[in-house]
Ligand binder design. Structure first.
Ligand code: SF4
Length: 428
């Protein structure tokens, strides 16, 4: 409850904020890349170059199994073949503009410039590399991104590296508390532009460039810039590429993948039919339509009950526990009655709630909840038997929430709008 001395911040007036945009603007497509193609399509592409199909397998094995990105380090391919394949299937898709580290090097955020100047971000987060590790994640009592991948509770804190990737440049969902939402939608990413964010992290780990030594990516969360289910085909393609065994793809466990959504109910139903039992994370942020219409404008199309019905169908179809993401915003959505209402909506369901302390941005009128309100919110949910965790807030020191780096960088993502507006935190 807000005190008289501290008036509750209100949502912005509708006229002040960006419009909800469902269809991505059409822009020049990124060049075709190996990671856009199935193994069969790669064989066809190789055949078009006049080469035998097994060259596609060789190239794919180097790319996904050995994580080689330098054609010169593919000795079983003759030099002229390497050049042909490289020119046809390995265009440079991501150019690192800036790189930030925090948590003693265990969190690395990268700002990428794409072929057309659009800017996107990815974050690598390493949690407690080994027993007795001095990495920050080893001792934290808070849950990190990707933990929800295990139905039996948070994953054991060892050797876990989560990559948080972007699925769109900007976002059309216009959530008023989110830096990315203030930028608007520039375009959808291609499957390869998504997959290559993960591969960049995987290579960095394999080369021992991340604090904690060599390692591999264990979890991928689609919680960077963009609404993943608004770029459905490319995101599902990326999930397939990440989870197919080599040489088709990276061979990650599907249980290690989390696809988030702000609540595109029909797309949740479609995802349930894909035969990809990834974890679904629904960014709810309010249990009542009145507030959610303001915080999450897509709620004006798909109401809380409709979104949750789709989520429960997803859980029933896949057997996967649904994550409910809830950014705690002081005096906006953190009242005891809202915690109780949320608990009643979720009671008895295959669900886990992640409470995310809002990452305040200078100039924003919205900020994280008080500790006492956060604790009371947790207790209210637990009283309904709902599993709940307060999420780790990695990367705050590096403008860690989605959209904040792009908002600081001049570029072609409408990027300065968020900073100029003092837009608060990114995806939550
Ligand atoms: S919170 Fe997520 S869905 Fe909403 S504007 Fe930000 S990136 Fe888009």
């Amino acid at each position: 409850m807000s005190s008289p001395a501290e008036p509750a911040p209100s949502a912005p007036e509708p006229g002040d904020r960006p419009r909800l945009v469902m269809a991505a603007p059409r822009r020049g497509k990124p060049p075709r890349h190996l990671s856009d193609l199935t193994l069969e399509q790669r064989r066809e592409a190789v055949a078009e170059l006049g080469l035998p199909g097994f060259r596609a397998n060789q190239l794919s094995t180097h790319w996904y199994s050995r994580l080689v990105d330098d054609p010169a380090a593919m000795p079983d391919l003759p030099a002229p073949v390497r050049e042909q394949l490289s020119a046809a299937l390995l265009p440079d898709l991501l150019h690192a503009v800036r790189r930030w580290e925090t948590d003693a090097g265990a969190t690395v955020k990268t700002l990428w410039r794409l072929h057309d100047g659009a800017l996107v971000e990815s974050v690598l987060m390493r949690y407690g590399a080994r027993a007795g590790s001095d990495l920050p994640g080893a001792a934290t009592a808070l849950q990190g991104l990707g933990d929800e991948a295990d139905d039996d509770g948070p994953a054991p804190r060892r050797s876990r590296v989560t990559m948080c990737v972007s699925s769109q440049a900007g976002c059309g969902m216009a959530c008023p508390f989110c830096a990315t939402g203030q930028q608007g939608l520039t375009r959808n990413l291609s499957t390869a532009e998504i997959v290559e964010q993960v591969l960049a992290g995987a290579r960095s780990l394999a080369r021992g460039e991340v604090a904690g030594g060599q390692g591999r990516v264990s979890n991928v969360v689609f919680m960077g810039m963009g609404e993943p289910l608004a770029n459905y085909s490319a995101v599902v393609g990326a999930v397939r590429r990440l989870t197919q065994p080599a040489p088709d793809g990276l061979g990650m466990s599907r249980r290690g993948i989390t696809v988030s959504t702000v609540g595109l109910a029909p797309a949740i139903d479609r995802l349930a039919d894909e035969g990809l039992p990834v974890t679904l994370a629904v960014s709810l942020h309010a249990p009542d339509d009145e507030l959610r219409d303001e915080l999450v404008p897509i709620n004006t199309r798909y109401k809380v009950a409709e979104v949750l019905d789709s989520a429960w169908r997803y859980a029933a179809r896949t057997g996967r526990r649904v994550s409910i993401e809830y950014a705690l915003i002081r005096d906006v959505n953190d009242q005891a009655w809202r915690a109780d209402l949320l608990g009643r909506l979720l009671k008895g369901r295959l669900v886990h709630v992640n409470l995310i302390p809002l990452n305040p941005t200078p100039g924003s009128k919205w900020t994280a909840s008080r500790s006492r309100d956060e604790r009371a919110f947790v207790r209210a949910l637990e009283a309904h038997g709902v599993a709940v965790t307060v999420r780790d807030t990695r990367g705050r020191e590096i403008e860690g929430a989605c959209g904040q780096l792009a908002a600081l960088e001049p570029g072609d993502a409408g990027g300065s709008a968020g900073a100029a507006a003092g837009a608060p935190t990114g995806r939550a």
